[in-house]
Design a protein around this ligand. Structure first.
Ligand SMILES: [Zn+2]
Length: 413
């Protein structure tokens, strides 16, 4: 099946709407462009024959494709987000098509000196001979996650045209504000009515994700004691220096900049300090919950040591749960990944199951009762000017979606 041309047209059309989300906005969605694209998508869903299409006041676009299979089959949801990252401009995005990538450097913009090289991005070499899309130098491309929108739309159109493909009921949702961490804030899981769902928001072809970090926040408050420095001996507790001492005591091999893959870390994100008081904020991240607790115990031990070292100061330490690894939910719904793995294999790819070093909307949805693994779209280098996506990868992603609905309609489930 070759949807490449259709996928490219859709990606280019959606990329043309500036949907950059805005962390500081008080509105939902956080930017007007998202509603503009939402209206466009709702109209297009209706045109291709999706039923029950709705765009609500929060900017969620939803729709239904009726079952073609007889008997009871689970309802499957497909999701993609329509905003782009605040990290780079999303205005006047002009996609550039680089046909049959030969393996060298790609000049995204000669004028601006934006050159994509296999040295900086080895994933490129897996896409030799494929058609790649980039932006043109001063914006991101927005394939994260407009490729997901294009893939779901194109696969939906194919399913509606080919009623002979047997599948259960399908629910579609395009959601705002994923990039500012509020993607599913008002999402009504019950109303959506799916038994299992998939976000099409991953990277290079073959990659699927069922795990995220476990995430806690950490806060350390230090109360010092100010005394004139001339008479400070054995009487001063300098909160600012104690804060620095605690941060410096954390092992260097347990930081985001020194870890990868399955290694967890603590990152200190903010220190506000003076002599009388200091506050340290940070984040704790680990795929394994037991190991997360160990990292926290380690920090507790450091703080306990500093309490002994600085008896005149008062040091408080507090952890707060942020989100949990969705792998825990997925373990209770083995079909979600089993069918996905089968669908990827049927598309002729080797499934690469990778733990996400972060959170996803799917993780939040999973804990809201809707198990939601993440599927590749074929792109990479998201959130900046070097973003690229393979049309061949997008095509495979659409194929995976089509295989997936058939896997779920298969009586073995
Ligand atoms: Zn994304």
């Amino acid at each position: 099946m070759d949807f490449k041309q259709t996928l490219y047209k859709r990606l280019a059309k959606y990329a043309g709407v500036d949907t950059k989300s805005d962390e500081a906005a008080k509105t939902y969605p956080s930017s007007k462009g998202q509603l503009v694209l939402g209206r466009m998508l709702a109209a297009e869903l209706k045109t291709i024959g999706v039923k029950n299409v709705k765009l609500d006041k929060y900017g969620y676009v939803t729709g239904t494709i009726a079952a073609t299979a007889k008997g009871k089959t689970p309802v499957i949801g497909f999701l993609a987000h329509l905003d782009t990252a605040p990290d780079a401009s999303g205005k006047n995005v002009k996609p550039r098509l680089h046909k049959k990538y030969a393996g060298g450097n790609i000049h995204i913009s000669k004028k601006l000196g934006v050159i994509l090289t296999p040295k900086d991005c080895p994933e490129l070499l897996k896409c030799k001979g494929q058609d790649l899309v980039t932006a043109s130098g001063d914006t991101l491309l927005g394939a994260d996650n407009k490729a997901g929108l294009a893939i779901i739309m194109t696969a939906a159109e194919h399913l509606i045209k080919h009623r002979e493909i047997k599948h259960g009921a399908i629910r579609i949702a395009f959601t705002p504000d994923e990039e500012v961490g509020r993607g599913v804030k008002y999402f009504n899981v019950k109303k959506f009515g799916a038994d299992v769902a998939y976000t099409f928001d991953g990277d290079v072809a073959g990659t699927i994700e069922e795990e995220t970090f476990n995430a806690d926040g950490v806060k350390i408050d230090i109360k010092g004691k100010s005394v004139h420095p001339g008479t400070a001996k054995d009487a001063l507790a300098n909160a600012a220096r104690i804060a620095a001492d605690i941060v410096a005591a954390w092992p260097e091999n347990r930081l985001p900049e020194t870890t990868e893959k399955r290694d967890g870390f603590i990152m200190f994100t903010d220190i506000k300090a003076e002599i009388e008081k200091a506050g340290i904020s940070g984040i704790v991240r680990e795929h394994d919950l037991g190991k997360l607790k160990k990292l926290e115990k380690h920090l507790e031990a450091i703080v306990a040591e500093k309490r002994v070292k600085y008896p005149l100061a008062e040091i408080k330490l507090e952890f707060k749960e942020q989100y949990r690894n969705m792998g825990r939910v997925m373990a209770k719904h083995p079909g979600a990944m089993a069918n996905l793995v089968a669908a990827v294999k049927k598309a002729g790819l080797a499934p690469h199951i990778k733990p996400v070093r972060g959170g996803t909307d799917g993780a939040r949805l999973s804990f809201m009762g809707l198990p939601t693994p993440n599927v590749f779209t074929g792109g990479y280098n998201y959130h900046g000017r070097y973003e690229w996506i393979s049309l061949d990868g997008m095509n495979k992603s659409a194929e995976v979606l089509l295989n997936l609905v058939q896997e779920w309609a298969n009586p073995k489930n």
